[in-house]
Design a protein around this ligand. Structure first.
Ligand SMILES: Cc1cc2nc3c(=O)[nH]c(=O)nc-3n(C[C@H](O)[C@H](O)[C@H](O)COP(=O)(O)OP(=O)(O)OC[C@H]3O[C@@H](n4cnc5c(N)ncnc54)[C@H](O)[C@@H]3O)c2cc1C
Length: 306
């Protein structure tokens, strides 16, 4: 379904009234770390909850489908693009608020910038997240984690728009957080703000852990090429990268997409491949791993598309 002129005009007038920047047919390859994917019919940048709610109300009245975009670091977008409105939760340039040992962050902020802010404030607990290239909202959405830590460990509460576009605030214990999952997955809720409860620490110790985490990332991950991070979730009782490696799939290629030689858990788009190249390679990997090991790999990366 392409948007009608009436739908586009109504949404654009709303953006202009709210002072949001927008573009039509915005190439989403510019907004995903895979650097692949077609356009969004209408792409709007939002920096606060009120603007978000107003645009979502209108989109609902107009029956326009909506996608919420953070930093696009866990997304694979179809070469044909996505229908409707893409709301990009844009950074406010690191406006973090400290209250005691808590930090409150807008969903569009960069997760690594939040880690840097915690370091400046001598607050410990977020070191594990340093280098995850997502937004705060995206990290809460999928309970991002690394090196023995996860968002769940230090999240205190989340302010969000529920499926009726009402603002709600829930403590972390009620968010159903588990491995790469939260209650927000697969819903139309929009995460607006998150509060992290940290502990007082000392700068040298916090920085040493962050440096170590970054060293490990650079050492083990193919950060020099576009990717969506780990392509597959960790199956119970095994590691996706080890299974893929065991099947001899490192270096397997479809067009511009390749199973990384450096880390078999990453599919990299090292030769400007299309989304279809990446999807085809994902299917080859899943089929070979299933056939040779019996494990069914599930993608961690999310697919948007027509
Ligand atoms: C090189 C590399 C390394 C990575 N390493 C890790 C790692 O160590 N650990 C890890 O967990 N992940 C890792 N990732 C994956 C990714 O960075 C995380 O999943 C991150 O949390 C995604 O955030 P995002 O803002 O980019 O979300 P997006 O990719 O923009 O969106 C992903 C999903 O979250 C939803 N979403 C985003 N923001 C909101 C919001 N405000 N409200 C509601 N829904 C929202 C989107 O609609 C979509 O469904 C890595 C990725 C790359 C490219």
């Amino acid at each position: 379904m392409d948007l009608t002129k009436e739908q586009i005009n109504a949404l654009i007038s709303c953006c202009e009234k709210l002072g949001c920047s927008y573009s039509q047919q915005e190439p989403l390859e510019k907004h995903t770390t895979f650097r692949a994917g077609g356009p969004a019919e209408l792409f709007v940048r939002v920096q606060n909850g009120e603007t978000c709610a107003e645009l979502l109300h209108l989109a609902r009245q107009l029956k326009v489908p909506v996608h919420i975009l953070g930093k696009g670091s866990n997304l694979l977008v179809s070469d044909q693009g996505v229908e409707g409105l893409v709301l990009h939760m844009e950074s406010k340039q690191n406006e973090f608020q400290r209250k005691g040992n808590e930090i409150i962050a807008w969903a569009g902020e960069n997760l690594s910038a939040l880690c840097m802010y915690a370091l400046e404030q001598k607050l410990s607990g977020l070191e594990f997240a340093y280098g995850i290239p997502g937004s705060v909202g995206g990290a809460v959405y999928m309970n991002a984690g690394a090196y023995g830590g996860e968002v769940k460990d230090c999240l205190k509460w989340v302010r969000y728009l529920d499926e009726n576009l009402q603002e709600q605030l829930l403590p972390a214990e009620q968010l159903d957080l588990s491995y790469r999952h939260s209650m927000f997955c697969g819903t139309d809720c929009v995460i607006l703000e998150a509060c992290f409860e940290l502990k007082e620490g000392n700068s040298e110790d916090i920085k040493a852990i962050m440096d170590d985490v970054m060293f490990k990332r650079r050492d083990k991950q193919p950060l020099e090429h576009p990717s969506g991070g780990s392509t597959f979730k960790r199956p119970e009782g095994a590691f996706a990268a080890a299974l893929i490696d065991q099947c001899g799939l490192k270096g397997r290629r479809v067009g511009g997409a390749c199973v990384s030689e450096k880390h078999a858990g990453f599919i990299v788009n090292d030769k400007q491949g299309s989304c279809q190249d990446i999807l085809d390679l994902i299917e080859i990997v899943r089929a070979e791993v299933k056939e040779k090991t019996g494990y069914e790999l599930e993608t961690e990366v999310e697919f948007w598309g027509k």
